[in-house]
Design a protein. Structure first.
Length: 398
């Protein structure tokens, strides 16, 4: 099969999309990936081979780490730029399957064009239910022009999709409840997945060396958060956790990431001379993985206002490294049920500081439980969240 994958993601490093596409390629499919290369990198649109994948990098406007207006304009221009690039570089390829994910929801025209041209089947990997998630955290008004525009785009994307893969049962239920025009038979669970590496544990000396490199104490339990730092994470609650942690002598926070509120957290740490938390901007995955491996507990944060059952993909890194997870999220996500089923962490509602630290204390007081939960996470990952499994879920339809 010739498979076309449309994505905003970076396809050269490991991750949920790269691993899945490599798995599809391993099943003797020819995989073509279309992805943006932002104009700030001064590269023209080009087609190349990267690790066996045919990658079409399309020159676009700037999308990441720019103001909302520039990001919005660049996102709206993506479709035309993708269509133009596909027509120029891939016009001779007849695609059997088109795979795409949200975000963004603005790919409906390019998907529909290729679907009609090649009579291809289409599969939507639903990772983000937009624009409702923007309404939840007051980034958009439900009666506004922007919401109505993006809602039409969302509906169009659902209608042209032959199959829709959702991250969890909660996502499936939410999608069908709020979009009764969707045929339930084309909706299924497609979890976030990776191809797990065989990772051995660090020796004590290696852990100490890595912690020293990043100014992390060797005599405390270290809780790490890695990922986006923006409104969806509920930054004010993260700051509350940082403040409370200053009163403690046995726990230390490491935060690694980027996003619209990175500066808010870093400024708070600097202005208040915070000693029990350190923050780093985005770092290469290899370096980040080593740092995570030298920590004890993985953290997940989501804004308490979300009505959509989000399942952050960052849990996969923690699980891969055999780390227990402490999650503080909205009460509508079914992440808590997944964690409870797999027995690989603890959950509390975002905004409830006492409950959060009760979970922290419960984990750090017992090294054996800490280790067992981490092992449970790795085991649950291998059974449920592998790219091989995701590939099988998608390909069984074709």
């Amino acid at each position: 099969m010739n498979i076309l994958f449309l994505t905003l993601g970076f396809i050269e490093s490991r991750g949920i999309y790269t691993d899945l596409m490599q798995e599809m390629r391993a099943k003797e499919n020819e995989v073509y990936v279309v992805t943006p290369i932002e104009k700030k990198y001064n590269q023209d649109t080009s087609l190349m081979k990267i690790n066996g994948l045919n990658v079409l990098k399309v020159k676009t406007g700037n999308i990441q780490k720019v103001n909302k207006i520039e990001k919005g304009i660049s996102t709206l221009m993506l479709e035309k730029q993708f269509i133009k690039a596909i027509d120029k570089f891939l016009s001779s390829v007849k695609f059997d399957l088109i795979v795409y994910s949200t975000p963004p929801i603005t790919f409906s025209n390019v998907v529909n064009r290729i679907k009609k041209r090649d009579r291809a089947k289409t599969y939507l990997m639903l990772k983000d239910i937009f624009p409702q998630n923007a309404v939840d955290i007051d980034m958009m008004k439900k009666d506004g022009v922007l919401y109505k525009f993006f809602r039409r785009k969302e509906i169009s994307l659902y209608n042209i999709s032959d199959y829709i893969g959702c991250m969890s049962q909660g996502n499936v239920d939410f999608l069908l409840k709020h979009n009764d025009f969707i045929d339930k038979n084309k909706v299924e669970i497609l979890p976030n997945t990776v191809t797990p590496l065989n990772i051995g544990s660090f020796k004590k000396e290696e852990i100490n060396k890595i912690r020293s490199k990043y100014n992390v104490p060797i005599n405390k339990k270290v809780l790490v958060y890695g990922g986006n730092l923006g409104k969806p994470q509920g930054i004010d609650f993260i700051i509350d956790c940082i403040k409370e942690n200053e009163k403690r002598d046995n726990t230390f926070f490491v935060i690694v990431g980027s996003g619209t509120d990175y500066k808010k957290i870093s400024s708070f740490i600097k202005e208040n001379s915070i000693k029990n938390t350190i923050i780093y901007p985005y770092m290469p995955k290899e370096d980040y993985d080593k740092l995570v491996k030298a920590c004890d507990i993985g953290l997940v944060f989501l804004d308490k206002r979300f009505t959509i059952p989000n399942i952050p993909s960052r849990i996969l890194t923690y699980m891969e490294f055999g780390m227990p997870i402490i999650a503080a999220t909205d009460k509508n996500t079914d992440l808590n049920q997944i964690i409870e089923t797999g027995k690989f962490g603890l959950w509390s509602e975002s905004g409830k500081l006492d409950d959060f630290y009760e979970n922290v204390d419960m984990l750090i007081r017992d090294n054996q439980s800490l280790k067992q939960m981490g092992m449970n996470g790795r085991s649950y990952l291998e059974k449920n969240f592998t790219s091989d499994r995701a590939c099988s879920i998608i390909m069984k339809h074709f």
